[in-house]
Design a protein around this ligand. Structure first.
Ligand code: SF4
Ligand code: SF3
Length: 546
């Protein structure tokens, strides 16, 4: 075994990638990410202790968030960049150690290890997931770890929009410190996992306020999926500050901007859709990028996950740029903002001018923008439709898309749902059904897209408001079923957040996480009614009966 990773839904054989990541992550990258997480946990322990002396470091707050985000599935494949981050982390760790007024006796290995570069790869092999021998403790520690990675991603986007929440940083560091403990028990880890969900809600609320505060509330928008005549830049990932700056810098240059995958919801925000050269959304979900990028013809900018490493002969290889937590060896990385200046996208814009316009691969429009404020503006209509029986049930089908063949289930499920049901979606899971002609119910589209995966928060807010309107005691008494698709760790924080909000009977597919040990899975089934998926027919029958 040269690596071990089981953090995503596509993990090899459903149990773990051991030779090479199904995602394309090499053993070297996987191991250096493990080392980065190890050093990061050490930083968290120190900062947690320094906080008690009122000396917590803001630099550490940011470093931890960056490092966790870097290790999310499909975010960063750049070995050198991650190694440099480890070195930066080691320096920061010893700085923090020097700030403490006392020398704690029982520091974990995460704090005391301070190897030089020549020892990195040997140490990396000791500190990955399998360092925890007990499979239930390992399962819960990783569940929390993955939830924290999702939390870090959302905290980073909010940070980029100048919004932070100290409580989120404090919890993240406390939880990371807790999972360094070798004596921690299952009984302690279960409540910690649920508490992670509580801060998951908090960080999604923070990001919602950062996004809507700067860009306005998402509104119903028809998004063009065709192509125009100008050369274009395709922007992917989740960071709205990046797309805003790209739009500002491309204005008047004759270069159009298109969104890909999780950047689609940028079109729903008033202060982003106002840019006339934000022309449309190009292609499908992240895993279709190989075909989409070939035909796009212009440069592609990744602001976050999900990157699929291009093959050696991919024509678009030299057209890929990364920024933020994302990285890919061989791709140009656009550095962070400095001294209040914008990121400099000029090289991408100059490249775009030399490229052919995108080839049109489809035409028409898709509709979205049904985040909480917009749905609440339609509340009377929605409530009436429920009261008259025109809408019998809502299906929350938020989450991620992925390559697995079995994900056709979600297309079939959407197609087969009775016509008096409405799908509430968020995240790239929507690409399995957002171009189907599913119609509407009295003017309410049967697929209501709230936005990115973090906008699952909107779906929770909508559910809580409906609970209030219908005077119900329990969110589970609403006519809402949860059939969530997951892939990477942002879906883990969304799941933990829903559990924290008291949502029961969530079905998770296309397969249950490989990191859940049988005993941990049993706890989730018995206490929260979590289940997998079966056939479309059986599941629709089960959901409609429930
Ligand atoms: Fe495997 Fe997923 Fe880890 Fe990639 S992220 S190495 S596919 S488990
Ligand atoms: Fe998709 Fe990667 Fe998860 Fe933000 S872009 S939802 S998979």
């Amino acid at each position: 075994m040269s690596m071990f990773c089981f953090q995503c839904q596509e993990t090899a054989k459903g149990t773990g990638c051991e030779l090479m990541g199904v995602c394309g992550k090499t053993p070297e990258v996987s191991n250096i990410q493990d080392l980065l997480l190890f050093v990061t946990r050490g930083i968290a322990v120190y900062n947690d202790k320094l906080r008690k002396e009122e000396k917590a470091s803001k630099v550490a707050d940011k470093f931890i968030v960056d490092a966790m985000f870097i290790s999310i599935t499909n975010a960063n494949f750049d070995f050198e960049a991650i190694k440099n981050k480890v070195k930066e982390g080691l320096l920061l760790k010893s700085e923090l150690a020097g700030l403490l007024n006392f020398s704690p006796a029982d520091l974990p290995d995460e704090c005391t290890w301070n190897g030089d570069e020549s020892t990195f790869m040997d140490k990396a092999l000791e500190v990955g997931v399998l360092r925890t021998k007990d499979e239930d403790v390992r399962s819960l520690k990783e569940l929390i770890h993955y939830g924290l990675k999702g939390m870090a991603a959302y905290a980073e986007h909010a940070y980029n929009l100048d919004e932070t929440d100290d409580e989120v940083f404090i919890f993240m560091q406390y939880a990371l410190a807790e999972i360094t403990r070798t004596d921690i028990t299952v009984a302690e880890l279960i409540p910690l996992a649920l508490e992670t969900g509580q801060y998951g809600v908090q960080v999604m609320a923070l990001l919602d306020s950062a996004n809507t505060g700067r860009f306005g509330n998402p509104e119903i928008t028809e998004v063009n999926i065709g192509a125009g005549k100008n050369p274009g830049i395709l922007i992917s990932g989740h960071d709205l500050r990046d797309i805003e700056e790209l739009l500002q810098q491309t204005e008047g240059t004759g270069v159009d901007v298109y969104t890909h995958s999780e950047m689609l919801p940028a079109h729903y925000y008033p202060h982003l859709k106002k840019y006339k050269h934000l022309v449309g959304n190009y292609g499908g979900a992240w895993w279709q990028q190989k075909e989409d990028f070939e035909s796009f013809n212009g440069p592609v900018l990744f602001t976050t996950n999900c990157i699929v490493p291009p093959s050696r002969n991919a024509s678009y290889r030299g057209r890929i740029f990364t920024t933020g937590a994302s990285g890919l060896d061989g791709a140009k990385h656009i550095p962070e903002r400095k001294n209040g200046q914008q990121k400099d996208f000029s090289e991408i814009i100059e490249m775009a001018k030399t490229c052919l316009p995108p080839k049109e691969i489809e035409s028409g429009t898709i509709v979205g923008g049904f985040a909480h404020a917009q749905v609440m503006a339609l509340a009377d209509k929605v409530v009436d439709a429920v009261k008259t029986g025109a809408i019998k049930k809502f299906f929350v089908m938020a989450g991620c898309d992925g390559r697995m063949k079995g994900r056709n289930y979600y297309t079939d499920f959407a197609n087969e749902l009775p016509k008096d049901t409405v799908i509430l979606t968020a995240g790239c899971a929507k690409y399995r059904y957002n171009k189907l002609p599913l119609g509407d119910i009295g003017g309410i589209p049967r697929v209501l897209d709230a936005g990115q995966c973090n906008d699952s928060y909107s779906l929770a807010i909508i559910a809580l408001k409906l609970k209030e309107v219908f005077g119900l005691e329990d969110i589970n008494d609403l006519p809402i079923a949860f059939n969530i698709a997951w892939y990477e760790q942002k879906a883990v924080i969304v799941l933990l957040a829903l559990l924290h909000l008291g949502v029961k009977n969530i079905h998770l597919g296309p397969t249950l996480p490989g990191f859940l040990s049988p005993n941990v899975a049993k706890v989730l089934v018995e206490n929260f009614g979590i289940g997998g998926i079966s056939t479309v027919e059986e599941d629709i029958e089960m959901f409609l009966a429930g």
